[in-house]
Ligand binder design. Structure first.
Ligand SMILES: Cc1ncc(C[n+]2csc(CCOP(=O)(O)OP(=O)(O)O)c2C)c(N)n1
Ligand SMILES: [Mg+2]
Length: 181
């Protein structure tokens, strides 16, 4: 399973690798996180066909579009795709339509994103939707959700600290890594 983006989908390797995966019947799920912007370039300015899953259909690849802000829909679709690929029915392309709630990077204020479009997607925030789905499906309460979120935050912060404490990567480290593969 490989994740790529709307911006990267206009690189030649996108179609080349998907086509190769198709003729070799590879167990390969390609997920395109289409957040509709490549830095400040909106998708309509980089391609006429903004439904990116259709590119797979053109080369005989089973391809789907899913609401990328709906975690359960994404979960179900990717689970089915993985099972199919394991049965030898791959590759499969999944386009997850989503949005960026901020700029491309920390120094990009994202001022080019229309306020109404941003507000539309903020109301459909996938994290909020996951919380609501959890509450509805399993009846867990807010304090349990807070506990899960704190656990994840601590794990994340520990990983950041580990990374900071690990020092700079050297050329010798790269050579050692490459030799191991
Ligand atoms: C091969 C290549 N071409 C161009 C760039 C310059 N570039 C950096 S980010 C970007 C757009 C990325 O868009 P996307 O992957 O959709 O990221 P998002 O803005 O949604 O975070 C481009 C064209 C690059 N990094 N690599
Ligand atoms: Mg993008």
């Amino acid at each position: 399973m490989t994740f790529t983006t709307d911006g990267a989908s206009n690189n030649g390797t996108f179609m080349e690798s998907l086509n190769l995966a198709a003729i070799w019947n590879l167990a390969f799920v390609l997920v395109v996180e289409n957040n509709q912007y490549a830095v400040s370039t909106k998708i309509e300015e980089s391609t006429r066909e903004v439904d990116l899953y259709k590119r797979g259909l053109a080369i005989g690849v089973e391809s789907h579009q899913v609401d990328g802000n709906d975690p359960l829909a994404v979960y179900n679709m990717t689970k089915d795709a993985v099972e199919k690929c394991r049965r030898g029915e791959g590759p499969i392309l999944i386009e997850a339509k989503t949005y960026r709630h901020m700029g491309h990077h920390v120094n990009d204020p994202g001022k080019y994103m229309p306020a109404d479009q941003l507000a539309y997607y903020q109301e459909r925030d996938p994290v909020d939707r996951a919380r609501n789905a959890l509450t509805e499906m399993s009846g867990i309460d807010q304090s349990e959700i807070d506990a899960i979120e704190n656990e994840i935050r601590e794990e994340f912060e520990a990983a950041v600290e580990f990374s900071k404490a690990s020092g700079e990567v050297t050329i010798a480290d790269f050579r050692e890594f490459a030799a191991a593969y």
